[in-house]
Design a protein around this ligand. Structure first.
Ligand code: HEC
Length: 162
C-alpha cells in the first residue's frame, strides 16, 4: 500500500493534477495556513498602529475647544502664542525640553492639579484634555480622528515633531 502510493506520488509530482500530488499540496496548504494567518494579522496590526500614529493623538475639534480655554484662562500668563510671559513657554524647544522623556499624561496631570495658577484644579477633565490637545497642536502634533483621552495621553511622547 504505502509503497504503491509512494511510487504514484513520485510519478504524479511531475504530472501535476495527480491525486496524490493534490493531497500533498492540500496538506502543505493546511500547514501553511496558520503561518499565513499570523503574517497577515501582524501586517494588519502594523498597518493599524502606523495609521493610528499618523492619524494624530487628538481631534481638531478638541484642539479648537482647547484654544478657546487657553485664550481665556491661560494666555494671560503663557502668552497668546504660547511663547511664555509670567509662566513658561508652552510651545517650542523649551517646553519640549522641560517634558523630555515624559508623556502628554504628565502634562495633563500637571495642568489638572496645578493650573491655572490662580485657580488650580478648576478645569473639568475634558477641558484639561482640550487645552492639552491645543498645546500639542501648537507643538506641531497633527490632529487625528480619535479624541485624546487620559488613557491615550499616556502613549503620547513629548518630543520634537518632524
Ligand atoms: C497666573 C498665571 C498663570 C496662569 C493663568 C496659568 N499658568 Fe501655567 N504656569 C504659570 C507659572 C508661573 C508656571 C511655572 C510653575 C512651575 O514651574 O511650578 C506655569 C507652568 C505651567 C505648565 C508647565 C510648563 C513647564 O514647562 O513645566 C503648564 C503645562 C501650564 N502652566 C499650563 C497652563 C494652562 C493649560 C493654563 C490655563 C488653563 C495655565 N497654565 C494658566 C502661570 C500661569
Amino acid at each position: 500500500m504505502m509503497r504503491t502510493y509512494g511510487t504514484r506520488r513520485y510519478r504524479s509530482a511531475s504530472d501535476p493534477p495527480g491525486p496524490f500530488g493534490r493531497t500533498g499540496g492540500m496538506k502543505r496548504a493546511h500547514a501553511a495556513l496558520p503561518i499565513a494567518a499570523t503574517l497577515i494579522a501582524s501586517a494588519l496590526l502594523t498597518t493599524a498602529s502606523l495609521s493610528a500614529q499618523s492619524a494624530g493623538p487628538f481631534t481638531a475639534a478638541q484642539a479648537k475647544d482647547g484654544e478657546a480655554i487657553f485664550t481665556t484662562k491661560c494666555s494671560v500668563c503663557h502668552g497668546a502664542q504660547l511663547q511664555g510671559k509670567v509662566g513658561p513657554a508652552l510651545a517650542g524647544p523649551t517646553f519640549i525640553a522641560s517634558y523630555n522623556g515624559q508623556t502628554a499624561d504628565d502634562v495633563r496631570d500637571f495642568i489638572s492639579t496645578a493650573m491655572p495658577l490662580t485657580a488650580p484644579g478648576s478645569l473639568k477633565p475634558a477641558e484639561v484634555l482640550a487645552v492639552l490637545s491645543y498645546i500639542l497642536q501648537q507643538n506641531h502634533y497633527a490632529a487625528g480622528s480619535a479624541p485624546l483621552t487620559e488613557t491615550s495621553s499616556k502613549t503620547v511622547k513629548i518630543a520634537t515633531q518632524p
